[in-house]
Ligand binder design. Structure first.
Ligand code: HEM
Ligand SMILES: *[C@@H]1O[C@H](CO)[C@@H](O)[C@H](O)[C@H]1NC(C)=O
Ligand SMILES: *[C@@H]1O[C@H](CO)[C@@H](O)[C@H](O)[C@H]1NC(C)=O
Ligand SMILES: *[C@@H]1O[C@H](CO)[C@@H](O)[C@H](O)[C@H]1NC(C)=O
Ligand SMILES: *[C@@H]1O[C@H](CO)[C@@H](O)[C@H](O)[C@H]1NC(C)=O
Ligand SMILES: *[C@@H]1O[C@H](CO)[C@@H](O)[C@H](O)[C@H]1NC(C)=O
Ligand SMILES: CC(=O)N[C@H]1CO[C@H](CO)[C@@H](O)[C@@H]1O
Length: 374
């Protein structure tokens, strides 16, 4: 079910030439007729090549004179990712929150020293499901359509808020989709983050705290969210994101793996780097994920038929079947969003699928071609 407001926006955008389809609106899930109407109104932009690794990959001042924090202006878009929100609020990304995948990769590398292959993998995954492949624009948040969790339904300008493809349940500081607000900072949840850091980290957030808090959030979702879903890709992104505060929010000159809680709040809530903030001292990805996922192992699965009934899903990728993460994402998730693309859309899909496969970085995992090889 598409919510009423979003239905109106969608209907207007699709029916009336006066209301342009937004250049960052995802085309995922639109019907053949809708695609035929919308695509000719869009400005086709060839995707730029994915940026390579940083030439100079050590720590440096990133809250610098050229990248001051600024408050939001009317219309600026922010979403569920505190990393991207912060980059936009410091001008490492366009401050309006709409960017090309290449700009996002550049920004996460320059601003936080995210490792190149990893940055490409996450960014093209997000772009394929939530971005506009014809205009090459992705929004880091935005309005979402109210849809059931499964299967993903069309979202007009969902951007990274779009549920069940990249955004998912059991976030640390954001509520589950089921409870309505999928992307805003939630003080109650952050208070829990603080309490766990006090209990398991002597007042700091570290990988040990991450393992305990991730488990806590999973248990809460099992106990309260009848639609809780914890299968690939969310199974992986949830664990990876629990490592990010340690890997990216700690000043690169500090490097002891213990994140101060005022600094954490500044990023999560304020979208703001501390004064004099220096990025990580070497390229980082999901370092520490083994500690966090190993603390309380659980198989991928979902609640079935209501709360407190978590059922493992053996068809989901898990940590021992990593290649399936890539293959199911392409064969199932993307294919269900774009069942039958043609023309420029199909070309753009294939180009971005190629970038995504390169970002997976495992030549022993065979590439899949749901739309042929162009
Ligand atoms: C490379 C491009 C990136 C994309 C496309 C991306 C996207 C996302 C999305 C969609 C979420 C929401 C998942 C959910 O909770 O449902 C998320 C969460 C998160 N991201 Fe990012 N992200 C990126 C890079 C980064 C970077 C560089 C950082 C840190 C500097 C970061 C830190 C986080 C954290 C800590 C969370 C978890 C928030 C929470 O659980 O409360 N991300 N990201
Ligand atoms: C960082 O740069 C150095 C020097 O160019 C290089 O040897 C090293 O491989 C780079 N590290 C990563 C993870 O890219
Ligand atoms: C924040 O999360 C708590 C716990 O899940 C929930 O009870 C509360 O309604 C949320 N607050 C907002 C403003 O969404
Ligand atoms: C986290 O902090 C606690 C308390 O200081 C400490 O016992 C634990 O070893 C730390 N874990 C890591 C991975 O740094
Ligand atoms: C991972 O999934 C495979 C099936 O795809 C299963 O055989 C294996 O036992 C699972 N591993 C774990 C640790 O759950
Ligand atoms: C993906 O789909 C292709 C053809 O559509 C099929 O040959 C391949 O076995 C599928 N792979 C997986 C892992 O589902
Ligand atoms: C899909 C979904 O739940 N979207 C919600 C995200 O949060 C905003 C702001 O609270 C709601 O308006 C959306 O309905």
């Amino acid at each position: 079910m598409v919510s009423f407001t979003n239905f109106i926006v969608l209907a207007l955008a699709l029916a009336s030439p006066a209301v342009a389809f937004p250049s960052h609106g995802s085309l995922a899930g639109l019907s053949r007729e809708e695609l035929e109407r919308v695509i000719p109104t869009l400005q086709l932009r060839q995707p730029g090549n994915p940026p390579g690794p940083l030439k100079s990959n050590g720590t440096k001042l990133v809250n610098d004179k050229q990248h001051p924090w600024k408050p939001l202006r009317n219309g600026d878009i922010r979403g569920p990712c505190p990393g991207l929100n912060t980059l936009a609020s410091h001008g490492w990304l366009p401050r309006n929150g709409i960017a090309t995948p290449a700009q996002i990769i550049e920004a996460v590398q320059e601003g936080f020293n995210m490792e190149n292959t990893f940055a490409r993998f996450i960014t093209y995954a997000a772009h394929l499901v939530d971005g506009n492949l014809v205009t090459d624009q992705l929004s880091i948040g935005g309005k979402t359509s109210k849809t059931g969790p499964d299967p993903p339904a069309p979202a007009i300008v969902g951007g990274l808020d779009t549920h069940a493809v990249f955004e998912g349940d059991t976030s640390m500081t954001r509520g589950d989709f089921f409870f309505g607000d999928n992307h805003s900072f939630n003080e109650t949840l952050f208070d829990e983050f603080v309490a766990f850091s006090n209990k398991f980290g002597a007042g700091k957030y570290n990988y040990t705290v991450g393992g305990e808090f991730r488990w806590q959030r999973i248990q809460e979702s099992i106990a309260t969210n009848p639609t809780f879903s914890f299968v690939s890709p969310r199974f992986f992104t949830a664990y990876a994101e629990s490592t990010f505060p340690v890997n990216f929010f700690i000043d690169g000159r500090q490097g002891d793996g213990q994140l101060d809680l005022d600094v954490a709040r500044s990023f999560f809530q304020g979208m703001r780097m501390p004064d004099d903030f220096h990025r990580a001292s070497q390229p980082m990805s999901a370092d520490g994920i083994d500690i966090i996922a190993g603390a309380h192992p659980i198989a991928p699965g979902r609640n079935v038929g209501g709360i407190n009934n978590y059922v493992p899903d053996p068809t989901s990728a898990n940590f021992t079947t990593f290649c399936l993460l890539y293959q199911n994402f392409v064969n199932q998730t993307i294919h269900s969003l774009y069942p039958n693309p043609t023309g420029t859309l199909k070309e753009a899909l294939n180009t971005n699928l190629g970038f995504f496969y390169d970002g997976f970085g495992d030549p022993s995992c065979p590439q899949v071609f749901p739309y042929g090889r162009n």
